[in-house]
Design a protein around this ligand. Structure first.
Ligand SMILES: C[S@@+](CC[C@H](N)C(=O)[O-])C[C@H]1O[C@@H](n2cnc3c(N)ncnc32)[C@H](O)[C@@H]1O
Length: 219
């Protein structure tokens, strides 16, 4: 049976009030998942970041502690105002130099072929238009550039995939637009990326976001 991503009427965007609440509860909500594995996953992934790095949807800045010295410039994009405030606070606390940019992944205000590493952790599930975002990533990456990612994805188990489809709408409303059934690796390949990825379980989180992929995509 072919996996299909549920197609339904265009969802309405989450309200600003709800996004403010989400920004406030994000760190406590993912705390268990971070503690039992995701923090290590971030660390291992970002050890390969180098040069000029652009992170998409940087959220509250949970990746900040993991960027290595090989990163010469860090640009953090984040379209949500409440998240940006928390991100700025974390940067100040950690004394980390980075530029915060108000931009969605679909419209990166960066020149073509100007970035060595794009980072996306738990963001390609949430962008409104993943194909357009992947097109933007391809545009801004230098020819030898890389996309480093950790994303939760559509399950390979039929039962779990059916649960993801069933809970798509309530989860999306709760999680600020996140689509738990998105086949992100397949989308990357369809957009022309070569993908090397490993599969994991996002422990400490609801089962519909358990299937996790981490890896590198290149053009
Ligand atoms: C689940 S959070 C992940 C935050 C962070 N990357 C992390 O690893 O903890 C999803 C993030 O994507 C951001 N986001 C939502 N729509 C976006 C878009 N179109 N482009 C880029 N980021 C977006 C949200 O504001 C939020 O910060």
């Amino acid at each position: 049976m072919t996996d299909t991503v549920s197609s339904e009427v265009q969802p309405s965007p989450p309200s600003r009030a709800w996004l403010r609440i989400m920004a406030r509860v994000y760190d406590p909500f993912v705390w268990l998942g971070e503690t039992v594995g995701m923090r290590n996953r971030r660390h291992e992934l970002l050890a390969d970041a180098r040069g000029r790095v652009v992170e998409l949807g940087a959220g509250t800045g949970l990746n900040m502690a993991h960027y290595p010295d090989a990163v010469t410039e860090l640009v953090l994009t984040e379209p949500d105002e409440a998240m940006r405030r928390r991100l700025a606070r974390r940067l100040r606390r950690q004394g980390r130099a980075a530029q915060i940019v108000d931009a969605p992944g679909e419209r990166l205000p960066l020149p073509d072929a100007s970035v060595d590493t794009v980072v996306s952790t738990l963001v390609l599930c949430t962008v409104e238009d993943p194909e357009r975002t992947l097109g933007e990533i391809a545009r801004v990456l230098r020819p030898d550039g890389q996309l480093l990612f950790v994303e939760h994805v559509r399950a390979s188990s039929r039962f779990l995939a059916a649960c993801q489809d069933y809970f798509l709408r309530p989860w999306r409303n709760f999680a600020g637009g996140c689509e738990c059934n998105r086949a992100t690796v397949e989308l990357m390949r369809a957009c022309g990326f070569t993908v090397a990825a490993e599969h994991f379980v996002w422990r400490g989180m609801p089962a519909i976001v358990h299937p996790l992929v981490a890896g590198r995509a290149t053009r």
